[in-house]
Design a protein around this ligand. Structure first.
Ligand code: MIC
Ligand code: SF4
Length: 753
């Protein structure tokens, strides 16, 4: 068991800090507020922070990083001049393992292919006191839930789905590596005090409906930006009657609505999960302060008085959903899929059904899916689609193997991939994907942006619960509704699938031989971290230049991005994950997925220096070589999706100075600020329409860069006319200092010297 002392220390502060907060806020407190106010850097609360506007310094209890983002986070941390991390931290090797032939050979291949990176992460971890989870141990969020998450805690993680730990009653928040670096260096972590959305769950889950459907429904209601700047707190009979891992699924996909995080109050399901995962002592500690680990009763009785927005969902009436394609908020109840598919001309033949991922690979998920696989075998049904499983952790994998569940899947021809991200992040060497055929897949992951799973822009991915994905893979048909429809079996009979059944927790307990953990050295001072200067995968960071003290004149338009521009569009994953530790090399993927407004094509922009069209990174490198800077323009929720700070560092590195959009996703906006970029929004969104392909820009007002005061952008059109528009920003005084220093890390560097 990890962290018992730390958890004890956190809990012993709770009563006093909550009493102080209650006094200052002067009304009953939600769980989210309790966790926020017990984690203030200042200690006991002295101010009632205004939700949605006050910047507040917090002291998170722990940090988690995955291999693809840890490289940058730790390259930055290495410059902070500390012998050890200030709070318990872990690294998890999961993103760099591609899925192709099956767990064993894929893992062996990845371990060899990414040896240099894994060795780097292992040695940095060893040196600085960071727990290291080896390749094959599992996906970060599942491993965190099983080992580290605790009710009432606050953690940050360099991955947007860090929020998964809300299933155990934490406030767990996804951040860029620079934020993680601060916290590991013992500095406060700043967050805008969030707004609160309450989701009241009445009724109970039953039959085909699962926790996943709750969040698929919520995504349909709130859309991909509806949760921005807010914590979503779930409560009600539907919440307490649901499993802890089901809660994890709901919180996990809260990232897809842009929520800062999501959480649930401590309850019996969490206690059961803590005990089942070998943390009875944590459960005992939590039980002692139980009333502090959930909201004050008044908040749930009259939520409208305590939350900024309240949504009510009746689980008795909730249908299974399928969300997609291309966006996780396009929610279609399964009963309406037939119509929706016909209306949108979606291919209805399902090529592959994929279950698992950090979102949905609990014992409960797998056992419910297995109950359907078992029926298929018994009823003479052969899955019409390919079917794959990615277990979330070695503990889950080992346990489902021991309990015979893998054998059941084997009987229907399923392929088991390594305990890793694999197909969820484009690390899927799918045969034939390069042909770019239009096709449909269904999966139980969380994201379905274009190209995300297999790199094919024409793959339409629909997100559903593992049970629904399994039923659909058996049917091979997107319009199959297992609640009402029958299937023809091998004997030509019509058969119906019974609703799935499963176990909340393994009836015989979890088991594992080697969970994959490596503890760091007690004294890491002698450990050497070596980065080969000739490496194509790792590169030490050079400081970015400080602001030159002047307004920015003559900026070139690099791209005016049209429509959805997620971090997958800005810094694609898949094969590019290889270069996450090498800023120069990964910069060759900068914005290659973004659609150019002027020709509607990806990765084709006008080079203003010679009028020709070329790839975005190439054009930007030419500007850089010519000593010129540029600006990127975008639309709504720019930078949606992941926490990867490469989406901010690449433009910074290549000489983009300003990103001007209609609105930002939270993590990306912070990442831009941290790296010394100017992330601005149109004061009038229609001004987006003023930007022309040959424009050059002057950004004015920087000498007087002040919180709350708009900057001015002069647009110089090719025909000699100019227009001046206002650009808003959300920089506070400290963030303005980051900009001036050329990035937050430069300030830390100065302190070290
Ligand atoms: C994702 O789901 O997009 C990722 C890959 O886990 C990212 C992190 C990354 O890009 O490394 C995330 O969600 O933050
Ligand atoms: Fe990995 Fe996918 Fe989860 Fe991201 S969402 S951590 S890529 S499994």
């Amino acid at each position: 068991m990890f962290d018992l002392e730390m958890i004890n220390a956190v809990y012993s502060r709770f009563p006093e800090r909550i009493a102080a907060a209650r006094k200052i806020v002067n009304k009953p407190l939600t769980l989210s507020e309790k966790i926020l106010y017990t984690h203030l850097t200042e200690g006991n609360a002295t101010i009632a922070y205004e939700r949605g506007s006050a910047y507040v310094d917090f002291a998170p209890d722990r940090v988690a990083m995955q291999d693809a983002t840890a490289q940058m986070a730790l390259l930055q941390f290495m410059q902070a001049g500390r012998p050890k991390v200030a709070v318990p931290s872990t690294v998890h090797c999961d993103h760099l393992i591609a899925a192709e032939n099956g767990a064993k050979s894929d893992l062996a291949f990845a371990t060899e292919e990414s040896k240099e990176v894994f060795d780097f992460l292992a040695s940095v971890s060893n040196k600085y006191g960071i727990g290291f989870w080896k390749p094959g141990a599992g996906i970060i969020h599942q491993v965190v839930l099983e080992n580290y998450a605790f009710p009432g805690g606050m953690m940050i993680g360099t991955d947007s789905h860090t929020v998964n730990a809300g299933g155990l009653g934490m406030l767990a928040i996804g951040v860029g590596g620079a934020d993680a670096c601060d916290v590991m260096a013992g500095l406060p972590w700043e967050l805008k005090f969030p707004k609160l959305i309450g989701v009241k769950l009445t009724g109970k889950l039953s039959g085909w409906t699962s926790a996943k459907d709750v969040i698929l429904k919520v995504a349909g209601i709130l859309t991909v930006k509806g949760g921005t700047g807010a914590v979503v707190e779930y409560f009600g009979e539907g919440a307490t009657s649901m499993s802890c891992t089901g809660k994890g699924t709901i919180c996990n996909m809260g990232a897809e609505i842009g929520a800062t995080t999501s959480t649930f109050g401590y309850d019996d399901s969490m206690e059961r999960y803590l005990r089942a995962t070998g943390r009875a002592d944590v459960a005992e500690l939590a039980n002692k302060i139980r009333e502090h680990l959930t909201a004050d009763a008044e908040c749930y009785a009259n939520p409208e008085l305590y939350f900024d927005q309240v949504i009510e969902i009746n689980l008795d009436e909730l249908e299974p959903y399928l969300n997609g394609p291309f966006t996780p908020d396009l929610a279609t109840p399964i009963s309406k899929m037939k119509e929706a598919a016909a209306a949108n001309n979606w291919p209805t033949k399902i090529e592959v059904g994929l279950i698992g991922s950090c979102t949905n690979s609990s014992y409960e998920d797998i056992s419910r899916a297995a109950s359907l696989a078992k029926q298929a075998a018994e009823k003479g049904l052969k899955p019409k689609s390919e079917y794959t499983i990615t277990p979330g952790s070695e503990t889950v994998r080992y346990t489902i193997e021991k309990d015979g569940l893998l054998e059941i899947f084997d009987k229907i021809g399923a392929k088991v991939f390594a305990n890793a991200c694999g197909p969820c992040i484009g690390m899927w060497n799918r045969v034939g994907a390069e042909k770019q055929e239009r096709n449909t897949i269904v999966h139980s992951f969380n994201r379905n942006f274009a190209k995300r799973a297999d790199g094919n822009p024409n793959t339409m991915a629909f997100v559903g619960s593992p049970e629904l994905v399994t039923a659909l893979a058996i049917a091979g048909d997107l319009t199959f509704n297992p609640l009402t429809d029958t299937l023809t079996n091998e004997a030509g009979e019509q058969v119906k699938l019974d609703p799935p059944t499963g176990y909340e927790l393994p009836p015989n307990g979890f088991a594992v031989e080697d969970a994959g953990f490596q503890a760091p050295a007690e004294d890491g001072s002698k450990v050497q971290v070596i980065v080969n200067p000739a490496s194509s995968r790792l590169q030490l960071l050079e400081p970015f230049a400080a602001w030159e003290g002047k307004d920015l004149m003559g900026l070139r338009l690099l791209i005016k991005a049209k429509g959805k521009c997620t971090t997958d569009h800005i810094s694609m994953a898949g094969k590019w994950l290889k270069f996450r530790g090498h800023l120069d090399n990964i910069s060759d993927n900068m914005l290659i997925g973004a659609i150019n407004y002027f020709n509607e094509k990806p990765n084709s922009v006008k080079n203003q220096l010679n009028g020709s069209y070329d790839e975005v990174p190439k054009v930007q490198r030419m500007y850089k070589a010519a000593g010129e800077f540029s600006i990127v323009v975008g639309e709504e929720n720019y930078g949606e999706g992941s926490s990867r700070e490469h989406a901010a560092m690449e433009p910074r590195f290549l000489g983009v100075r300003v990103v001007l959009v209609k609105s930002f996703a939270r993590i990306h906006e912070t990442n831009l600020k941290k790296q010394g970029m100017l992330g601005l929004t149109f004061a009038n969104k229609e001004d987006y329409d003023l930007i022309l392909e040959d424009d050059k820009f002057n950004l004015l007002g920087l000498k007087d860069f002040t919180p709350g005061k708009a900057l001015r952008l002069v647009i110089n059109h090719k025909d000699g006319t100019t227009q001046t528009i206002n650009c808003n920003h959300t920089y506070n005084a400290q963030q303005i200092e980051w900009f001036k220093a050329g990035g937050a890390l430069n300030i830390i560097r100065k302190r070290v010297k």
